[in-house]
Design a binder for this molecule. Structure first.
Ligand SMILES: *Cc1c(COP(=O)(O)O)cnc(C)c1O
Length: 609
């Protein structure tokens, strides 16, 4: 059975039982059953499922790894963590993080004013809020307001200008002064696609000269005691742990030096995010060469070692891992609308009484196809179709002949793949590659998997049912945008094989996994396809519950969000229709009713699937 790399990327979150993918928790429902239930009310198009228990699992794992490392290394300070909102700001996710992290005092990181407002709304008392990113005076003031409101706030400066603003606001208002953090510019850089957050030419952070100046400024303003944190972030999806170790040495020594300069309130070092997620479906450890335990151990050990060498008290360790916390919690389920070769069913074959000889020959090959001759006959058939297409171009055969030829060849291909399936030869693989099938999914790659479009980030994908049947078709996946970039092509090095399904009487669903980080806010409304219907699934011991349904925008809402006035548009369409001639009044009323139904639905396709 093809497991689609479940043992590599799924982290025991999903399992295959009977022939379907099941959630591996409590009542263990199958994704297919959940999907079917959600579609009974007429829902079509892609479905985004959220599993909050997986968020809780990741938070628990993160804290357990660090607390074990702290104990093992005899480290004398605490571990604290915040969730960077930019990774996923959707309400159900933030709620799950806030609830799932409550026992740990898990907080939030905000990188913009809007995110800070969300953090102030969702953060539980006593948990931290850290603020990064570029800030103006308004955002600095918001940080003061958050501190005044009882949150444990650290505002991290990305440059000296921001520090001056903080000093200004502290003079002008009586609001509580938040903790101050300094983002340090390291010469060490991360590795991987996202490693642009550190290094001498990085977008963020203070150089050593600027750090010294910052300390002077703080001293002069009598605010040095508020300096609480040294922060760095070497980039997301860190594939190799060694650059992190290098960055830790650098940041750790900067911390110790600042501490020795009399910054008595300095107590914490924030190592940013970067914990990687396994997205690979074929070979383990393509994405990362460490476990979270190993990562935590390295951080704790190194920081302890550096501080001991400089006789500096151990700092609290903060992390801002986002991808690691939420990537696994969501699954995108997409109906397959069409298999490209679906149009070539045998029933459609209309052989004439008198057929061109090559077509007779094709028909003979098809009838006589067996396990022994299938490869040879298939090669013959592929030759014949080339010749037949040339004959058509030259005007020697007609459209019916061409249609017959295409149907025969496609059926020869399908039958040969089945007949030769037990052979497992290179030849079979090659055949499959040459005879790819296209699967049209009712979803938009731009909206739901933008990192595939922008960075070619692979997401694990598999059918959620039929898993006891061997999948034979080398598959490329096409979305419903009319953009040729909306395609996940077949990659012979990392092949995806899917089933040959007759969609006239069976349904077929593909699921994309680990889609919970970054994809949603990044998603683009290309062709005006919007965020899919989403549902939060709560697991119980013997059942599951669906809560927090968030429907995809309907067409009127979509056009409104583009700045149109949907009411005016609807009136215009109405006026054009009612002003038209040649249809009866009743037909006009019926058509208007129909139009209204259409514009109140989302833009995804509503064919059977
Ligand atoms: C993006 C970001 C993070 C989160 O990184 P992940 O790789 O998702 O863990 C953490 N801290 C800062 C400053 C960031 O910009």
């Amino acid at each position: 059975m093809n497991q689609y790399g479940l043992d590599i990327w799924a982290n025991d979150n999903f399992i295959i039982k009977n022939d379907e993918v099941h959630v591996n928790h409590k009542s263990q429902p199958s994704l297919y059953d959940i999907t079917k239930e959600l579609r009974t009310n007429g829902t079509r198009g892609p479905i985004l499922l959220r599993f909050p228990h997986l968020i809780k699992k990741q938070i628990t794992t993160l804290y357990a790894s660090y607390s074990n490392a702290i104990e093992r290394n005899n480290y004398h300070a605490n571990f604290r963590a915040v969730f960077p909102l930019k990774v996923n700001q959707f309400p159900s996710v933030v709620e799950a993080i806030s609830d799932g992290g409550e026992d740990f005092n898990y907080g939030f990181e905000a990188g913009s004013k809007a995110e800070l407002i969300l953090a102030m709304n969702a953060n539980k008392t006593g948990a931290d809020i850290t603020i990064n990113g570029f800030k103006d005076k308004e955002m600095v003031t918001l940080a003061f307001i958050a501190a005044q409101s009882g949150h444990n706030v650290t505002i991290t400066i990305e440059g000296l200008g921001e520090l001056k603003t903080i000093i200004e606001v502290s003079r002008e208002s009586n609001l509580k002064i938040p903790n101050i953090g300094i983002r340090v510019r390291l010469h060490s850089t991360g590795s991987g696609t996202w490693a642009k957050s550190a290094g001498m030419d990085a977008k963020f952070g203070l150089t050593s000269t600027e750090i010294l100046e910052a300390i002077n400024l703080l001293q002069d303003a009598n605010l040095l005691s508020h300096l609480y944190m040294v922060h760095f972030h070497i980039g997301s999806q860190i594939s190799d742990i060694s650059p992190l170790k290098k960055a830790l040495r650098e940041a750790g020594n900067i911390y110790a030096e600042i501490k020795k300069m009399g910054a008595d309130g300095l107590e914490s070092i924030n190592i940013g995010g970067g914990l990687a997620v396994e997205y690979d479906q074929h070979i383990k450890s393509e994405s990362k060469n460490y476990s979270v335990d190993e990562f935590a151990s390295s951080v704790v050990f190194l920081l302890g070692e550096i501080m001991d060498a400089k006789s500096v008290k151990h700092p609290n360790i903060y992390t801002e891992s986002g991808r690691f916390i939420v990537a696994s919690h969501s699954v995108l389920i997409t109906p397959v609308l069409e298999l490209f070769t679906q149009d070539y069913q045998e029933e459609l074959l209309k052989l004439k009484d008198d057929n061109p000889p090559l077509i007779e020959e094709l028909n003979y090959l098809y009838q006589k196809l067996n396990k022994e001759n299938c490869i040879e006959y298939l090669h013959d058939a592929l030759d014949h179709i080339e010749s037949l297409l040339t004959l058509f171009d030259l005007g020697y055969i007609n459209l019916q002949d061409r249609s017959n030829a295409e149907i025969l060849v496609h059926n020869i291909i399908k039958k040969s793949l089945i007949l030769s399936s037990s052979m497992n030869t290179d030849e079979l693989t090659q055949l499959q590659v040459n005879l790819q099938e296209r699967y049209l999914i009712n979803a938009s790659i731009f909206q739901s998997l933008p990192d595939y479009w922008g960075l070619k980030q692979h997401f694990p994908v598999m059918p959620i049912h039929y898993l006891n049947t061997k999948a034979m078709r080398a598959a490329s996946i096409w979305d419903i945008t009319c953009d040729s970039d909306g395609e996940i092509g077949f990659n012979p090095d990392k092949p995806l094989y899917l089933h040959d399904i007759n969609l006239d009487n069976q349904d077929y669903f593909l699921a994309f996994f680990n889609t919970g980080a970054y994809q949603e806010a990044l998603g683009m409304s290309h062709n005006l396809f919007t965020h899919p219907n989403e549902y939060t699934v709560i697991m119980n011991e013997d059942s599951y519950e669906i809560i927090n349904e968030l429907e995809s925008k309907n067409i009127l809402e979509i056009v409104d969000s583009m700045g149109y006035n949907s009411e005016e548009i609807l009136n215009k369409l109405k006026k054009d229709l009612t002003g038209s001639t040649f249809i009866t009044e009743k037909e006009k009323t019926d058509t208007l009713t129909l139009l209204k139904v259409f514009v109140h639905q989302n833009g995804y396709l509503r064919t059977t699937n």
